[in-house]
Structure formats: structure tokens, C-alpha cells
Design a binder for this molecule. Structure first.
Ligand code: PGA
Length: 255
């Protein structure tokens, strides 16, 4: 992390986990661990827990995020939630383009781009996920994949808007598999993403944008991953559901 120029963000991606009472319990357990953290702390909770999370985190340094939003303001989109609806609940962040959305729910770079623009227009801070599949890495096209995703996902966005976006580099092969990218692989990819942003926008924007690593980050490997200069935090799935582990990652990001 380079905290002198960028904000380090530790964000939990709870995915489809936790009922409302469980969410409240987990947030209460995270609160003392997050207190005084020298990084931004975000909990990305299921839609049904957003109100509970906003209420439970009032007056704390924990910020609340959703895990998706639709690109239209309203209309006949059964099952979808708009960015304005999230803002109205007091939500600050939104995770977009997660590989599980891309893999299981037909999310494409085009819809990620539209959702990102809608989130920005509503005043949300998007956390946009990019990352290569295992066979893409094995074929040696990781950079092409990351470059293509960034170019498409951030098409038509201004440099000022880009500075409000967090990019989560999540190699798909590392998500929920216990197989973490090495700190060197994470650094290399996060740095590459920054060079793409520099080409698309400018150096200052590339230096300002937060690029997280995600994929089996845990209490044990967080410090090493976060020690890398271009890794500005983490998007954490499994380990964010256990307060002591999430607390340890926050601690690692605060040194
Ligand atoms: P994981 O998930 O930490 O469980 O690998 C990360 C993510 O999907 O954001």
C-alpha cells in the first residue's frame, strides 16, 4: 500500500450469508476491532441486511456496501435494485462485476459499465471487480484480460469519476478456493491495472485510484499481500464472515 497517495480499503464481501440477527451480531463483533483503524473499513452485505447494517454502524468508522445495483433508475426489472434505492437506505459503497455475477448471472463488461455509471450518478462509491480465469493465466493472457475489462468497464467515465472508483483485482482461480495469488502476482497485476488506468486517463488518476486484491485473503496472508506498494487493501469473502479474522486483516492494513 502507498497510504501517502491512496486510501487503503478493507472491504468484506459477505456474499449470500447471514440473516439479519446474524448480521447485527457480526457487525457488533467487528466494531471494536475496526475502531481506530488506519484504513477504510467496509462491509458488503446482502440487500436484506443493508438497513440493519446502516443502523448498526451509525457513529462508527465502518461503511456499508451492497453487492450489486441495476443500471436503470426504476422500471420493469423484476428482482433488481436501483442505485437510488441503495442511497436512500444510507448505503455508501457497491460491489460491481464480481466474478460470481459474471459467471452465474450473465453479467458482462457492458452491464458492469452501465451499472458503474449508474452507481456514480447516484453518488455511490463503486468497487469494480476484474480478474482472469485460471486458463487465461495459464495461456499467458492475464494482462490482456485485465486491460480489456478495465477499458470496457470504465468506458465513458471521467477522470474525476475514476478517482471515486475502487478496483478489486480478483483472480477468479483464487476466489473461495483457498488458493491465494502470491504477493508478487498480486503486486504485478495491481500495478498492471494502474498502467492501464494511466493510459486511459492520466498518471495522477492512476496514482490516486485504490486497487485492492481479493481471493482467499485471510488473517495469515494479509500482511504480506498488503505490504506490496500497489496493493491498496482487500476485498475479502470467507474471512470477512469471522470477526477475529477480519479484524486481523484490518490490523494488517493499519500498520
Ligand atoms: P474469498 O472471496 O475471500 O472467499 O476468496 C473473495 C471475493 O469473492 O470477493
Amino acid at each position: 500500500m502507498n497510504k501517502a497517495v491512496r486510501k487503503a480499503i478493507i472491504a468484506g464481501n459477505w456474499k449470500m450469508n447471514k440473516t439479519r440477527p446474524e448480521a447485527k451480531e457480526l457487525i457488533e463483533a467487528i466494531k471494536p476491532l475496526a475502531k481506530g483503524a488506519d484504513c477504510e473499513v467496509v462491509v458488503g452485505v446482502p440487500f436484506t441486511n443493508l438497513e440493519t447494517a446502516v443502523e448498526a454502524t451509525k457513529g462508527t468508522n465502518i461503511h456499508v456496501g451492497a453487492q450489486n445495483c441495476h443500471f436503470e433508475k426504476s422500471g420493469a426489472f423484476t428482482g433488481e435494485i436501483s442505485a437510488d434505492m441503495l442511497v436512500e437506505l444510507g448505503v455508501e459503497y457497491v460491489i460491481l462485476g464480481h466474478s460470481e455475477r459474471r459467471q452465474y448471472f450473465g453479467e458482462t463488461d457492458e452491464t458492469v459499465n452501465k451499472r458503474t455509471k449508474a452507481a456514480l450518478a447516484a453518488g455511490l462509491k463503486p468497487i469494480v471487480c476484474v480478474g482472469e480465469l485460471l486458463w487465461e493465466r495459464e495461456c499467458g493472457i492475464t494482462e490482456e484480460v485485465l486491460g480489456k475489462q478495465c477499458k470496457l468497464d470504465f468506458f465513458g467515465i471521467t477522470a474525476d469519476e475514476m478517482k471515486k472508483i475502487t478496483i478489486a483485482y480478483e483472480p477468479v482461480w483464487a476466489i473461495g478456493t483457498g488458493k491465494t495469488a502470491t504477493a508478487e502476482q498480486a503486486q504485478e497485476a495491481c500495478k498492471y491495472i494502474r498502467t492501464v488506468i494511466a493510459k486511459m486517463f492520466d498518471e495522477a488518476t492512476a496514482e490516486a485510484v485504490t486497487v485492492q486484491y481479493g481471493g482467499s485473503m485471510n488473517a495469515k496472508n494479509a500482511a504480506e499481500l498488503l505490504s506490496k506498494v500497489d496493493v491498496d487493501g482487500g476485498l475479502i469473502g470467507g474471512a470477512s464472515l469471522k470477526a477475529p479474522d477480519f479484524g486481523e486483516i484490518i490490523r494488517a492494513a493499519s500498520v
